[in-house]
Design a protein around this ligand. Structure first.
Ligand code: NAP
Length: 284
């Protein structure tokens, strides 16, 4: 039987459909501020897509573009100003930030209640303790996808390859809270293929094009490909971390690249922003 394709656009549309009436019930538009420092082309595309999603949903968005040579204290001043504004529910600082900026300090300066990326240390603690709060968008989107496609998690063996703060670690914790037995792998893992082959749910968040081949996939497994890599053959095609041909032959279900995990990240950013607006309007 051919592997089932897990369609990220379908899940994103479902999430948007569920957000629209919630936004309609609020006494004002939710507000998202996006801070973009410098001119990284990838970041500019991401920010454009985030602003577009806000427009589609009727979320007020404000793009703030400080000069590329801004220093940490001045950026902290911008964040503090946004923390104070009642009509701004979510603040997102697009990373990577230029080298002269102390990124940790900047992310920690965002009010935890407006931290729609889920990167603030307090929200990381909330995730570890399984306390409701904004969760990192990409892993949260993957959980939505697994839920909406009714892929069983409890009691299953999940293997997450990658341990970054934005994908691998929060992914592993979310799967753990959903009662999977979780293995986290990284660049120092001995016999990565053997670990991966034990997975009922395999999440690849590595950043290496088509690194996961048939030797890594248990027949029938659900394979989630987080990777977004540009091919080096001159065509600049978007490639995942998983070999597209092999996964089709062996997996039970898989996310394609593009069109799998990608659309979910922005959908969950919108969802976190609406959650924050509901909290703020409830408490005023
Ligand atoms: P990252 O910070 O570079 O982390 C990569 C992880 O992969 C690290 O933990 C690293 O291990 C591990 N790794 C690297 N080479 C490995 C190898 N040969 N064997 C085993 N593990 C290896 O990357 P990230 O930010 O998590 O992103 C991962 C990928 O997801 C990238 O392609 C990125 O573009 C993509 N991404 C996509 C979305 C989306 O919306 N679809 C969102 C975020 C990221 P060590 O810790 O040992 O170095």
């Amino acid at each position: 039987m051919p592997a089932r394709i897990l369609d990220g656009k379908w899940v994103r549309d479902q999430i948007f459909t569920s957000l629209k009436p919630r936004i309609g019930r609020l006494s004002r538009q939710p507000g998202l501020a996006v801070v973009l420092v410098g001119h990284d082309p990838g970041s500019e595309i991401y920010v454009r897509n985030k602003v577009k999603a806000c427009e589609e949903l009727g979320i007020y968005s404000e793009k703030i573009t400080p000069p590329p040579d801004i220093l940490t204290p001045d950026l902290l001043g911008i964040i503090e100003g946004l923390n104070e504004r009642p009509e701004i529910d979510g603040i997102l600082v697009q990373t990577p930030l230029p080298r002269q900026i102390d990124s940790r300090k900047v992310l920690a300066a965002i009010s935890p209640d407006k931290d729609v990326d889920g990167f603030h240390p307090l929200n990381v603690g909330n995730l570890v303790a399984n306390i409701p709060a904004s969760r990192a968008c990409t892993p949260a989107g993957i959980m939505e996808m697994l839920r909406r496609y009714e892929i069983p998690i409890a009691g299953k063996h999940a293997v997450v390859i990658g341990r970054s703060d934005i994908v691998g670690k929060p992914m592993a914790l979310l799967l753990l809270h959903a009662n999977a037995t979780v293995t986290i792998c990284h660049s120092k893992t001995a016999d990565l293929a053997a670990e991966a082959r034990r997975a009922d749910i395999l999440v690849a968040a590595i950043g290496r094009p088509e690194f996961i081949t048939k030797d890594f996939i248990k027949p029938g497994a659900t394979v989630i490909d987080v990777g977004m890599n540009r091919s080096s053959d001159g065509t600049r095609r978007l490639l995942g971390d998983v070999n597209a041909e092999h996964v089709k032959e062996i997996a039970g279900a898989y996310t394609p690249v593009p069109g799998g995990v990608g659309p979910l990240t922005i959908a969950m950013l919108m969802s976190n922003t609406v959650d924050a607006a509901e909290r703020h309007l409830c408490s005023t």
